[in-house]
Design a protein around this ligand. Structure first.
Ligand code: CIZ
Ligand code: SF4
Length: 352
């Protein structure tokens, strides 16, 4: 039962003491989130792991986050993902084979290593971060995309942005890049479905990836909210479409969304466009303070892979540590970790 599972988790935590640190991403379900020692976005959690002396880091999140934690922690620290099937559909949209092909295809039009900075959102596999590190590129998060892109354009005239076209477009537009100067690279098609002219004229080439959760939010949801609450506020994650972000009062990462709504005036009404578990918890937290928080979509849309991490998997992984037979360790091979870390360290050094 759930209660037994809860008790197993608490017992294992007590036995492991400070040898263990449980990280909980903002999108985790309540039953798992409740056991986290620290909560945050992917970058904050990885930084906490890197600063801690805990030997076992259990990352309640998705695969790419555990990879980042492994890359940023010391060799003797063990990073564990409770359910190995907890991936990210967006990260999977930019696999290294397709990216290498794109880079080779670009060579028929320009010299990418001279003219294009590859930039990957942290929501990507470690091998893509390594590719960026090896080609003069960098990693960004939803909090620092602007600063990273400023850096990228100071190096080379164009940016190839993976995997999320929306974060790329929303950030590029904010920097003053016109929509006509951004093209979408459809990785299912030869040459991304673009002509040599389109590639030559573009400032930003956006990989055709997206988040299956955020794509559910529609401009019409915002219109209906504004009719009902003309004084209300709308805040959206930059993984939302351009139209949704343009109609929003604020756009920001999960950390920014939490900070902004927590500082809201009593009596205010907020429409929030990001994952349901975060929004539900924020609703419950703000209700006693007189702030109303509403989820952007009328239908339930959770991140199904975040949801995979359940108390059963958490209990099982913790007990495996106790038994000295660690399961579900995430270990990025050294030859990938090294260039990936270079791209992550570069991001940290320019945006800190
Ligand atoms: O980086 C993260 O944790 C994600 C997925 C979103 C965000 O904006 O924090
Ligand atoms: Fe990936 Fe979207 Fe889930 Fe985040 S919410 S882990 S981007 S599928």
């Amino acid at each position: 039962s759930d209660e037994q599972c809860d008790a197993r988790i608490r017992a294992a935590k007590a036995a492991l003491g400070d040898r263990l640190m449980i990280l909980g991403h903002h999108y985790q379900r309540d039953e798992v989130f409740a056991h986290a020692d620290v909560s945050g976005d992917s970058l904050k959690l990885s930084a906490m792991a890197a600063e801690s002396d805990a030997q076992y880091i259990v990352f309640c999140g998705v695969h790419f986050m555990a990879e980042v934690a492994d890359i940023l922690t010391r060799d003797n620290q063990v990073v564990i993902l409770p359910d190995l099937a907890a991936g990210c559909s967006m990260a999977d949209m930019a696999n290294l084979r397709n990216v290498r092909r794109a880079w080779a295809e670009l060579q028929s039009v320009l010299d990418p290593d001279e003219q294009v900075t590859p930039v990957t959102y942290i929501n990507s596999a470690a091998d893509l971060k390594a590719f960026c590190g090896e080609h003069g590129g960098i990693v960004c998060t939803s909090s620092n995309a602007r600063g990273v892109l400023d850096w990228a354009f100071s190096r080379r005239e164009k940016v190839l942005f993976f995997p999320d076209q929306h974060l790329g477009r929303n950030t590029g537009y904010d920097m003053g890049i016109a929509l006509e100067d951004m093209v979408v690279w459809d990785f299912m098609l030869p040459m991304g479905g673009l002509t040599p002219e389109q590639i030559k004229n573009a400032k930003m080439i956006l990989w055709k990836g997206f988040c299956s959760v955020h794509q559910m939010f529609q401009p019409g949801h915002i219109d209906r909210f504004r009719e009902a609450h003309p004084q209300g506020f709308v805040i959206s994650h930059p993984e939302n479409s351009f139209e949704v972000c343009q109609k929003s009062d604020y756009v920001g990462s999960t950390e920014t969304i939490l900070k902004t709504v927590r500082a809201a005036e009593p009596g205010s009404h907020w429409l929030v466009g990001t994952e349901l578990n975060l929004v539900n918890r924020l609703h419950d937290e703000m209700k006693p303070k007189g702030v109303t928080v509403q989820f952007m979509s009328p239908t339930v849309c959770m991140c199904s892979t975040m949801f995979r991490t359940d108390p059963q998997h958490l209990a099982w992984t913790l007990e495996s540590i106790q038994a000295g037979e660690v399961v579900n360790r995430i270990q990025v091979p050294a030859e990938v970790a090294k260039p990936a870390k270079a791209a992550l360290d570069l991001m940290l050094s320019i945006t800190r």
